[in-house]
Design a protein around this ligand. Structure first.
Ligand SMILES: C[S@@+](CC[C@H](N)C(=O)[O-])C[C@H]1O[C@@H](n2cnc3c(N)ncnc32)[C@H](O)[C@@H]1O
Length: 303
């Protein structure tokens, strides 16, 4: 899979578009283009006016949008292959000082989960890479490096801290034991190791026993929490007064960062919360797209 059509279904699409309160001349920054679901709708609302800047750290996501969506939409659009933690650089390069609207839809897309070949899913036997970047340089971290070289204590801390996995110590111990015999190279090898480390009853829980470890490794590889904190600060800095910032998060760690950042701004008196409680998908949306179930949308307006 490379530039084929996206299989990603946008989460909370109507709620995001409503929350952004788009005006025709807006300059909009979509920090996480993914399958281009939000982007298409934003462009359609601007109807050929305004400007849209679309960032994604995955080159393939942008290539897919460029090939499949661009020919169909009328939009003054700039696609930039950058992490949103560097949104200031992207805007500087375009000569844009302030934007009117920003949206971040965090985590990975279904295209990455199901078709990237980069080891995001414990249901597919793939190399343990887990990086959102398509082309990795020598200095970029990958999941194989973490499980094969990090000390047991650090591994356990990450699996606990970013995965909230209660068997983190046992899993870290089993990883270190296994790698002495053979380098851990694939997702299925890691799943087998986790299976050996956790108690039997844990294997039959509704949530797959490898979910939390995989989440923790992905967050670590991509420094997702660090990027989010930096992206929020830089985004708010480049947002004009009256501008809106919408963020969709998918797990409690992200949600905590977004909630406390917005709460702090409100305390300072620099924003109002458009929704006091996070907006969550309707039961119809969850039925149609089960992956939407943990989505939470928060929107603020700069004052
Ligand atoms: C959930 S998908 C976005 C889906 C999109 N809103 C849509 O409607 O199709 C998340 C996308 O954001 C990208 N991404 C995640 N974190 C990022 C970051 N810090 N900077 C830039 N892109 C990021 C991922 O590569 C992925 O393509």
């Amino acid at each position: 899979m490379s530039e084929n059509k996206t299989i990603h279904k946008p989460v909370l699409l109507n709620e995001v578009i409503e929350g952004l309160f788009l005006q025709k001349d807006d300059i909009v920054l979509d920090g996480t283009v993914g399958g281009g679901g939000y982007l298409t709708e934003i462009c359609s609302k601007l109807n050929g006016k305004g400007t849209v800047i679309g960032l994604d750290q995955d080159k393939l996501a942008l290539a897919r949008v460029e090939k499949n969506l661009l020919p169909k939409i009328k939009c003054n659009l700039h696609l930039v292959n950058k992490n949103f933690r560097n949104l200031d650089l992207a805007l500087n390069n375009l000569g844009i000082k302030k934007v009117d609207k920003i949206v971040f839809d965090l985590g990975i897309s279904s295209d990455q989960l199901d078709n990237s070949g980069r080891g995001f899913s414990f249901q597919k036997d793939e190399p343990l890479i887990m990086s959102l970047k398509k082309d990795l340089s020598e200095s970029d971290l990958n999941a194989s490096e973490i499980v094969n070289t990090w000390e047991e204590e650090n591994l356990a801390d990450v699996i606990f801290g970013y995965g909230d996995e209660k068997f983190s110590r046992k899993i870290a111990k089993e990883i270190c034991k296994s790698r002495k015999e053979k380098k851990i190279e694939t997702t299925f090898e890691l799943v087998e190791i986790i299976k050996r480390a956790v108690p039997k009853w844990y294997l039959f829980k509704k949530t797959h026993f490898a979910t939390k470890t995989f989440q923790a490794l992905r967050i670590t590889v991509n420094d997702e929490i660090g990027s989010l904190k930096e992206g929020l600060v830089k985004g708010f800095d480049r947002l004009g007064v009256g501008g809106r910032f919408a963020v969709v998060s998918f797990h409690s760690l992200e949600e905590k960062v977004v909630k406390s950042f917005f709460k702090e701004l409100k305390k300072e008196g620099t924003c109002i919360l458009i929704n006091k409680k996070p907006i969550i998908p309707s039961s119809e949306e969850i039925k149609e797209n089960p992956r939407s179930r943990s989505g939470k949308l928060r929107v603020i307006e700069k004052i």
